[in-house]
Design a protein around this ligand. Structure first.
Ligand SMILES: CC(=O)N[C@@H]([C@@H](O)[C@H](O)[C@H](O)CO)[C@@H](O)CC(=O)C(=O)O
Length: 327
């Protein structure tokens, strides 16, 4: 198994791909974005060109350039840069994997191909294996996101025997709400040093309970979109959990849930994540690329009011009216 230079630890932000109002990638703000994550959110790992990064809506040459920019701007600032290289075409995926290795990324991740789909675990593994082989020195993560790929092969099944087929296999990025499947992945792989990257922010505490006890201890990190702007809050929850202050950890989780629950009811996805991040960080993330539509003004106004009431936006002048800020 390839061993990463350093173990992946802590929060991993699924980065947004900033765009100009004309729909081109806005490379000029990526350096500022890195500094924001590190200094303001305490996030030192990133996952590039994933769902939040609209990776599958970018051309291959754009994906290469975005990956390069994050690796370059993150040098000596970030701990790890993992690049999502999944694509419908095996050849494109291999090209991106090789490119990630050439530019000095710290790992690659791959989703299941989602148009002509693998119909069982063995076929899926065969695809993943071919991609991983294009970057034989890079740690490899399988990105399980069945709601978007439509590939519903349980992660537990995929992991069974995977290391024999893919020697660089390093871990699982789990973006699903099936906590039975997640917990079984952890339980059945106690003897292996896999990383389990949980990707459903509103359920993170439950996943911590399933996978991050002293006995298991291998769920090293958490990978998701809200860590772009709620990284600090999520770190507080992780710290509370670590010192076994479960009541505080639960308060933090409830607080994060109040926000996510609110925006989910308004309609929440990548477009809305871009709008929220722009609001919180002050860095323009721009519109998403078609077929996504820009978040509405109404959404942004409502989200802003909620962020303020939860004290997620540090505007001192509004703190007086704050009725539900979380401790
Ligand atoms: C479907 C989806 O976009 N899930 C998000 C979550 O962060 C999600 O936005 C959050 O849990 C709110 O539901 C991440 O898991 C996605 C992700 O990690 C990525 O961008 O690759």
């Amino acid at each position: 198994m390839a061993s990463p230079k350093k173990k992946l630890q802590g929060l991993v932000a699924a980065t947004i791909t900033p765009m100009t109002e004309h729909g081109e990638i806005n490379f000029s703000v990526i350096g500022q974005y890195v500094d924001y994550l590190v200094k303001e959110q305490g996030v030192k790992n990133i996952f590039v060109n994933g769902t939040t990064g609209e990776g599958l809506s970018l051309s291959i040459s754009e994906r290469r350039r975005v990956a390069e920019e994050w690796v370059t701007k993150g040098r000596n600032k970030l701990d790890q840069v993992v690049i999502h290289v999944g694509a419908l075409s095996l050849k494109e995926s291999q090209e991106l994997a090789q490119h990630a290795a050439e530019i000095g990324a710290d790992g690659i991740a791959v989703i299941a191909p989602f148009f002509l789909k693998p119909w069982n675990k063995d076929v899926l593994i065969n695809f993943l294996k071919e991609v991983a082989a294009a970057a034989p020195a890079l740690p490899f993560y399988y990105y399980h996101i069945p709601a978007l790929t439509g590939v519903k092969i349980r992660a537990e099944e995929v992991l069974d025997g995977i290391q024999e087929k893919i020697p660089t296999f390093q871990g699982l990025k789990f973006s699903d709400t099936d906590l039975l499947d997640f917990a079984q992945c952890v339980d059945q792989n106690r003897q292996r040093q896999f990383a389990f990257l949980f990707g459903v922010d509103e359920q993170l505490l439950s996943a911590l309970v399933m996978g991050a006890t002293g006995a298991v201890g291998r769920m090293c990190c958490f990978l998701s979109s809200t860590y772009n702007y709620l990284g600090k809050k999520t770190n507080q929850m992780l710290e509370a959990f670590e010192r076994k202050d479960f009541s505080s950890a639960l308060n933090h989780q409830f607080c994060i849930q109040r926000f996510i629950n609110f925006v989910v009811k308004l309609g929440f996805g990548v477009s809305q994540t871009k709008a929220i991040m722009t609001l919180v960080s002050g860095i323009p993330m721009g519109p998403p690329r078609l077929p996504l539509q820009k978040a509405s003004r109404e959404f942004t106004d409502n989200a802003e009011a909620k962020l303020r009431s939860l004290d997620f936006l540090s505007f001192n002048d509004l703190k007086d009216g704050n009725l539900e800020a979380c401790s």
